[in-house]
Ligand binder design. Sequence first.
Ligand code: G6P
Length: 606
Amino acid sequence: MCGIFGFIGKRAAAPLLVEGLRRLEYRGYDSSGIVVKNGDLQVYKKVGKVSELSSILPNHIEGYSGIAHTRWATHGEVNDVNAHPHLNDKADIAIVHNGIIDNARDIRKRLEKKGYLLKSETDSETLAHMITIGMDSGQTPIEAVRQTLKRLTGTWGLCVLFKDYEQIICARNGSPLLIGKGDGESFVSSDPHALSHHTQNIFFLEDGDLAIIDRDGVEITRLEGGVSDTSMTVVEDEWEEADISGYPHFMLKEIHEQPEALRRCITGRLDKANGGAKLGGLKLEPVRLRTAPHVRLIGCGTALNACKIGQLAIESLARIPAVAHVASEFRYNDPVINPNAIHFAVSQSGETADTISAVKEIHLKGGEVHGIVNVVGSTIARLCGQGVYIHSGPEQAVASTKAFTNMVASLLLFSIRIGRTRSFSRERGRSLIDNFQNIPSQMEEYLSNPGPIEEAVELVKHAKSVLFLGRGLSAPVASEGALKLMEVAYIPCLAYPAGEMKHGPIALLEKDSPVIVIAPNDKHREKTVSSMHECKARGAKIILIHEDGDPISEEADVAISIPKCDPLLTPLLSVVPTQLIAYQTALELGCDVDRPRNLAKSVTVE
Ligand code: G6P
């Protein structure tokens, strides 16, 4: 989704801006642009990839400060004019903006009445003109930005560059923005990933912060006046391995990184002696775990599928009601919040607007929320102030893979933790822990011999639609497999709990319809096999994901076997073949695997 990068220092700005944009590419966008202060403000923008923007840039652009943007259209179609940066009429102020200005329509009308000519259809351009009005009336740049923002409703991550001032003004309200301080230079970005190789000294702006940055310093105030509490954080560099290291795509690289990422997630958290799990960041005492009335888990997309697995595992191990919620629905359904309940916000990026709104709704109603988050220092991590970092490392492909498995692993660890406090024995806990420890090497074992993925791809690649079936913990795995194939290969996919298939989707089945069945050797296996037979009877082709040595493999058209493990842990293994099928299908269909159309890695608007 929209990304911002900015630089002010003693080095040439343009190459740094372009490189910053490249590092934001993984988030998904449709156009990009930069503005560099070189006497005048020089703007270059272009629809498409950053490489297309690069192709229109002169070989050398002078100038030591500038701001840059990748746009994911919300207001106005995808074209060069609507791409950011936007200039005011005199071309002495340039802005880049993430977020949505809700009252932009009224502001546009008022500006047009005053004679301003708006060139784009965006809500963002209005800001450049409003700041101009303030400065024309004698306000300083920071005051003009402040007074402009006070008139807005909506969300912003905003950067403003001035032809006549050696500074960049930045502001945040609902859209992430970070400032990085280097030696004699300063950076700004909407994503820590674009800053990490420049500096580890980061100011994570809070909502309502307004900052002036120049070469030598950062001054952060509050929108309503007064100094901000936001201080510098030195971030640990978890993100250094973000290049593609010989893989053709980030998605494939990240699928293969799962064993290592999972080891990072569980190391030090498995409590073999007590048959439990240690999650220090949760700050949940045994008495809270024992007396909590229920658990709620909230997320979007892949994170939501992880929540659904968490729901089943927590309920099963701890005998406590648990529910997974679609984050975008949560706030608007005016949920009843019990302050004693345990709430989790699950998010790879920690910046998903829908999930952030849900966290705020729970806080407003007196509840606490724990984050299950990948990006350290992200908005959700900071809002919650407690939780579990999943330690996947940077995930660059839009389609999430290694973050999914680590979200699931973190929720399974929690289910063991709360389960031991409330219900099951040390022996059961120990056996689970033993099994858990083996999963990373079992993943490696599977990845070194992934089975007939190509044959599965042959069956799905030209299908009108693909049905994914599973029961129990495998039902959300089916949902995740379907989401992945749909996201990267643009094939309509349906995921159903296997038993529900006969109540609707069976109508879709005809000769050769591909059905992907996830049937590990758990208590649901027999029933899932019955559903598989019902599909076969209608001529469907079965791609079966089953455990090693299970004779049901003979009944499938394509049988993909995964290593045997404790039934609770099967999602960590059974999801991997679905990821490979999605990847390989997208590749065969010539799709842009890492950056599927219309999708964004981190959706920062509601
Ligand atoms: C977007 C992405 C999905 C992701 C979802 C939630 O829709 O395309 O891949 O699962 O956001 O993102 P989060 O960062 O909150 O996990």
